[in-house]
Design a binder for this molecule. Structure first.
Ligand code: PMP
Length: 369
């Protein structure tokens, strides 16, 4: 039964008087839903898992009791994650329900109201959101106009604002660039608190800070399995010196990784070369798509070390119009709000299969002609 208009008004008044004003002012994180579309908007791996892996997953699920809470530790999973992703022995590990959750936990553990959380901008929007929801103050340091890290500005902002936590997405989302090790070292040397090196897109480039995860006294390394084919699973991990990880573990919800996620991940990691092969394939297709896009009129493609390309449309048709035209052709890419000045005019296009790239390019040739 629908509430009467009087009842709805009473609820609205109570909500307004109770829920934090800054939360009421937010919009919920928009998750696109586009059944049947060519989906190039969310940096997912477009390739499915082969039948033998699916069989192992099915067996693992069948063998998993659901009546008990997840155990406090899962040594087999921890060992498998260490081996699969090169986590050094002395580093401690914390698992998250997606790396999103770990971003929130770090801010929660480190920041008191008013403390500063910093990252270059544009970068992953959850860094600012986690700061906001935990009553910290977010300071974004603009990238250069061509989306490079502005190291002098970053160092000056660190000096001025003394951030408790700095997030560095390496490679960066949504721009795709990878900050140099020298620049990151300079930031680590200047940072008064913790630096989280977020390597969500590391499988699509060469460098990594993971081997140094335990020896860095003011940095931890964050990863996810979302971009390598397991976005539906919700699993991220944070590696660092045990003293950092022990504190973050205190704010982790006790059963944050459910038994099915644990069982499925363990089964899939036995086939890690399959995931590596898919990532390598995407990586090999990246320059091919980049070159084809760059050959279109009015299109600039920014250098990418990730599984997506940031593309600027400066012809007579703007990015938003291109986005709409692609949408009517059932091709989904990511657009940015008009008021997002740095990214205005850009679309972010995730890497897909060669067939999906062909469909995208055919549509764009048509739209831009
Ligand atoms: N870090 C970065 C830089 C990202 O772009 C994303 C996903 N868009 C995440 C973390 C979160 O990934 P997940 O929660 O799926 O692990």
């Amino acid at each position: 039964m629908q509430p009467s208009s009087g009842e709805a008004e009473a609820v609205a008044l109570r909500v307004a008087a109770t829920v934090r004003p800054d939360v009421r002012g937010l919009s919920a994180y928009a998750v696109g839903h586009a059944p049947g579309a060519v989906k190039l908007d969310a940096m997912e791996n477009p390739y499915d898992l082969p039948a033998e892996v699916r069989d192992d997953i099915a067996a693992a699920v069948r063998a998993t009791p659901l009546n008990r809470y997840p155990a406090g530790r899962n040594d087999a999973l921890e060992a498998a994650v260490r081996t699969a992703f090169g986590v050094p022995g002395p580093a401690a590990l914390l698992f998250g329900n997606g790396s999103d959750e770990l971003i929130h936990l770090v801010v929660q553990a480190c920041c008191q109201p008013g403390d500063v959380v910093m990252s270059p901008v544009p970068s992953f929007v959850i860094f600012a959101m986690a700061a906001r929801l935990n009553h910290a103050r977010f300071v974004g340091v603009p990238l250069t106009p061509d989306f490079e890290l502005d190291l002098p500005a970053m160092l000056a902002a660190i000096q001025a604002h003394r951030p408790k936590v700095i997030f560095l997405a390496v490679p960066n989302n949504p721009t795709g660039g990878r900050w140099t090790d020298e620049a990151i070292s300079a930031i680590l040397a200047a940072a008064p608190g913790l630096v989280v090196i977020d390597e969500a897109y590391q499988p699509f480039c060469d460098g990594t800070w993971m081997p140094r995860a335990a020896e860095l006294d003011n940095a931890v390394v964050l990863r996810t399995v979302s971009k390598i084919g397991l976005a539906g699973l919700r699993f991220g991990y944070l590696a660092g010196a045990p003293a950092w990880i022990a504190e973050f573990d205190k704010v982790r919800p006790p059963y944050n990784i459910d038994v099915l996620t644990q069982a499925v991940l363990l089964a899939v990691l036995r086939h890690k070369p399959v995931l590596d092969g898919q990532a390598a394939r995407l990586r090999a297709d990246r320059p091919v798509l980049a070159a084809a896009l760059a050959a279109l009129p009015g299109v600039t493609v920014y250098p990418s070390s990730a599984n997506f390309l940031l593309v600027r449309f400066s012809g007579k048709m703007g990015a938003n119009a291109v986005h709409q035209a692609l949408k009517t052709r059932k091709i989904r890419v990511r657009d940015f709000p008009d008021d997002d000045s740095a990214l205005a005019g850009c679309l972010r296009i995730s890497l897909g299969t060669p067939d999906e790239h062909a469909a995208l390019l055919a549509a764009l040739r048509d739209i831009l002609s």
